[in-house]
Design a protein around this ligand. Structure first.
Ligand code: C5P
Length: 312
């Protein structure tokens, strides 16, 4: 139950794809060093938080939400605890997540929820953390959480949490295709390790010419650098993913790739008209198809304390 005069603060964070995802051999902690180019896309999860008499978590949204934990294992509680620790006070909260990002789809939906929670709660509790301080906290929650905060386009190194923002001038036009199953990220990384012969997994840094292509406007050149080391592992674990890649090719997408650890895949298109054509082709054949574009934005407040009070 929410407190009588407590306003809800809301924040939103975007899904991501990886335009490039290179994976090295795991370190002692089991994490894999990455060289990746993250791209935020215009699909957003929203987190609404209000002070309450007891903790509660509600998950809303279209699609199959059964894979989202509603108990303490949900990453948003990890974000709450991290912020409460800095604040020195933990009060009960009612949290509602409205999901648009495919669940366990390789598009960092959980990380987006954690990022939005940090932004919303920093406001609700008036903790006063700066953006760099929130970024540092995000890295303790999960490898993709810092990027969910930052958004836009970024080079990711380390576990994917060491970010260098990149500026892309032209939007990318995309069709996202989900699969009716979930892939566990640790299991996809483990499958990649198993697929690789001993000693493989040398990590190649992004060359300056690759970087130029990533930030440039030539979609044709971009196709030449798109890659995902996790794709063979995702395909091994979920052969249906190949069907989704094949139909994107059949539909005339310029390129197609598994998103992160999958099973979601994306097709790259020329423009919004091309996106509509490709999406229609897929929908007519019973596939899922979500048209979207890249976004230069990251996590942000959608309702602050003052706007929530005004609305009350
Ligand atoms: O950091 P996050 O909780 O999102 O990662 C989930 C799992 O994915 C990790 O426990 C690890 O098994 C795997 N992972 C990895 N290397 C990375 C990122 C994630 O092995 N760079």
């Amino acid at each position: 139950m929410t407190s009588a005069f407590s306003p809800a603060v809301t924040a939103t964070a975007p899904a991501k794809i990886n335009l490039i995802l290179r994976v090295g051999a795991p370190d002692e902690s089991g994490y894999h060093p990455l060289v990746t180019v993250f791209q935020a896309v215009d699909l957003w999860d929203e987190v609404a938080i209000v002070s309450a008499d007891a903790d509660s978590l509600v998950i809303e949204g279209a699609g199959n939400l059964s894979g989202v934990p509603t108990d303490r294992t949900n990453i948003v509680w990890k974000a709450v605890d991290a912020l409460a620790h800095v604040r020195g006070l933990r009060e009960p909260l009612a949290i509602t997540i409205t999901k648009t990002i495919p669940v366990a789809g390789g598009m960092a939906g959980g990380s987006a929820d954690a990022a939005a929670t940090l932004v919303a709660l920093n406001e609700l509790w008036q903790v006063g953390l700066t953006s760099p301080q929130i970024l540092d906290m995000a890295a303790t929650l999960g490898a993709d959480v810092p990027f969910s905060l930052l958004g836009g386009t970024a080079l990711g190194e380390g576990r994917g949490d060491l970010l260098t923002p990149l500026i892309r001038q032209q939007p990318l036009h995309l069709v996202v295709v989900t699969a009716p199953l979930e892939l566990s990220t640790p299991r996809v990384y483990k499958t990649l390790d198993d697929l690789r012969a001993e000693g493989q997994g040398t990590l190649t840094p992004l060359s300056s010419s690759e970087l130029d292509v990533v930030i440039g406007d030539d979609v044709g050149e971009l196709i030449g650098v798109l890659s995902n080391d996790l794709q063979p592992a995702a395909l091994k674990m979920a052969p249906i993913v190949q069907k989704n890649l094949d139909v994107l090719s059949e539909a005339g997408a310029l390129a197609h790739l598994v998103s992160g650890s999958g099973p979601t895949v994306f097709g790259l298109c020329v423009d919004a008209t091309h996106v509509a054509d490709v999406a229609n082709f897929l929908l007519q054949r019973g596939f899922s198809a979500t048209p979207t574009t890249s976004t230069p934005l990251g996590a942000r407040l959608t309702s602050s304390l003052s706007s929530a009070r005004e609305a009350h």
